[in-house]
Design a protein around this ligand. Structure first.
Ligand SMILES: Cc1cc2nc3c(=O)[nH]c(=O)nc-3n(C[C@H](O)[C@H](O)[C@H](O)COP(=O)(O)O)c2cc1C
Length: 178
């Protein structure tokens, strides 16, 4: 049986929403539902086998406002052993000290909840100074997207990441091998 995928994003200027659309297209739109986290009911988190959470960083690495409001409540969602992937929007040049920091905050939260975090992503190909979104392997916790300076790379990055996610989910036996 096909697994259902939920993409939940927050956004200020639409970039993270745009990338949600690309991920949905790439995955296969019929298996994916997209939700804006703003004012979203908590129950939505529980609807999906696989969650993809998209968050932009704002003002010195802070979690975008709508996600920030949701973070505390997220503790009451059962994420135990659930496959969760993160993607973050940021600006490596003007905000290079805080590049996609919000992904780190979300990663802490979902790992605390016992989720299986999938989709870590190499830091190569980005030019930033510091990031709170780097895991113990030296990779980003999830896909990094920079629409401000590298928008021409976004589609290719999404394509590659979705392929990687499907492979990881097959290895975890969450998705069947096609
Ligand atoms: C005032 C301002 C503050 C920002 N702060 C950060 C930041 O701390 N870290 C980062 O990586 N990007 C930062 N950015 C870049 C945004 O995250 C980036 O433009 C992103 O694509 C916005 O996504 P959204 O349209 O979904 O909100 C900032 C942008 C602005 C205009």
């Amino acid at each position: 049986m096909e697994k259902n995928v939920g993409i939940i994003y927050g956004t200020e200027t639409g970039n993270t929403e745009h990338i949600a659309g690309l991920i949905k297209q790439e995955w296969g739109p019929e298996q994916v539902e997209v939700h804006n986290v703003a004012g979203m009911e908590l129950a939505i988190f529980e609807k999906f086998d696989i969650l993809i959470l998209g968050v932009p960083s704002w003002y010195d690495g802070q979690v975008q406002d709508d996600w920030d409001e949701m973070l505390e409540d997220l503790s009451s969602v059962d994420l135990k052993d659930r496959a969760v992937a993160l993607y973050g929007l940021g600006d490596q040049q003007d905000w290079g000290l805080y590049f996609i920091d919000a992904v780190g905050a979300l990663a802490d939260k979902v790992l605390e909840g016992g989720a299986k975090l999938i989709g870590e992503w190499p830091v190569e190909g980005y030019d930033f100074i510091e990031s709170q979104a780097i895991n113990k392997n030296g990779n980003f916790y999830g896909l990094a997207i920079d629409e401000d300076w590298q928008s021409e790379l976004s589609e290719g990055r999404v394509k590659k990441w979705v392929m990687q996610l499907k492979k990881e989910l097959q290895d975890l036996q969450i998705l069947e091998v096609a």
